[in-house]
Design a protein around this ligand. Sequence first.
Ligand SMILES: [Zn+2]
Ligand SMILES: [Zn+2]
Length: 156
Amino acid sequence: MDKISALQKRELFTEYLTRKGHRKTPERYAILDHVCAINGHFDVEMLYQSLEGANFHVSRATLYNTIELLVDARLLVRHQFGTQGVQYECAEKAAGHFHLVCSRCGRIQEYKDLALKASVLSKKFTKFTPEYFSMYIFGLCSKCKYALKRKEKKEY
Ligand SMILES: [Zn+2]
Ligand SMILES: [Zn+2]
């Protein structure tokens, strides 16, 4: 998804809610605005706390339900980084980078590669129409690599 304004996101959401016959509640739009303003990844609990911090009170049930709708509407991306719990990210932001995931401590770094992105987007597949993609590269972050090296040295 290319860069779009908050208003365009609301329009896409409206179109989606109408098409699926869901109610267009102010809570749903407020949650949309809020998730799109967050930089980086978050889980439901972080989002709940962030909304509370902004003095916006919704039930966890509403939050879970709205997140499902936003994912289905392709406005929000669901990430599963290795063994960690599910995390979310605004679709527009997620489309701009790849994720380097440390398989030891779970640290996630974002990595931008426009050429690689363009190459994936230009691919044609037989009997398959891509809608979106995300890429994870698993490995060791520099901290963990350093810690492992020190550990190895000690053992000899
Ligand atoms: Zn990301
Ligand atoms: Zn690490």
